[in-house]
Design a protein around this ligand. Sequence first.
Ligand code: IPE
Ligand code: IPE
Ligand code: MG
Length: 246
Amino acid sequence: MALFGKREEVQVDRERLPRHIAIIMDGNGRWAKGRGLPRTAGHAVGAETFRTIATYCRELGIEYLTVYAFSTENWKRSADEVGAIMGLLQKYLLEAVRDMEKEKVRFVFFGDLAPLSEELRELCRQVERDSAKFEGCQVNICLNYGGRDEIVQGAKAFARDCMAGKVDPERLTEEQFGGYLYSAGVPDPDLVIRPSGEERISNFLLWQSAYAEYYFTDVCWPDFDRAELRKAIGAYQGRSRRFGGV
Ligand code: IPE
Ligand code: IPE
Ligand code: MG
């Protein structure tokens, strides 16, 4: 592992941290291919990167971290690869249960968990339930998540409330509609990071990232580390956010 010295070091201003960081954890497959390894080896190292970055966010005092772990489109991959990703998730969550009292992270899942195996689904629910008491840092794991799917399921839930006479469609506000999404109650992401050199959104947080700052880097997710996160936060802190104003 490269230590300080050789690489550019960025200091982050702890007074102006993003409240919510979202990450598209991309590039595991290419990282592995570049080393002559199977794609699944990249996912395994990527899972470790997730652990490192989640811990660092908690140490820094980031209130919310949202990570894209598996999209509604990722089912297109081979059964072997999907199985390996689900297996790694299961392993990670079992470790999260084990370390929960030490890490004190609150986990929430964004996505439709229905197509997952019953075992994994129950584990997700257990982790969510048991970690709900922690208040320091909230990690949202997007699993079988798609931004469009989230908006459609929100629209369905809203329509059901309309039909039940609970709400009036003429009075719907943006804020109220946000309450029908997986992210209900979570502030919008301030900074969205995508490693791996791809510069697209791939169906991630479409509603919530309306005014997010984007940060792209060529580094693949398995190589993303604390220094890379500092670079991303440093870039964010150099931006002028105007939200349509001047
Ligand atoms: C991200 O890495 C992990 C998931 C999408 C589950 P990829 O597997 O997409 O890696 P690349 O983009 O093929 O390198
Ligand atoms: C986005 O990455 C999904 C996750 C990181 C979980 P993909 O690798 O699936 O996105 P595309 O196919 O490059 O757009
Ligand atoms: Mg990818």
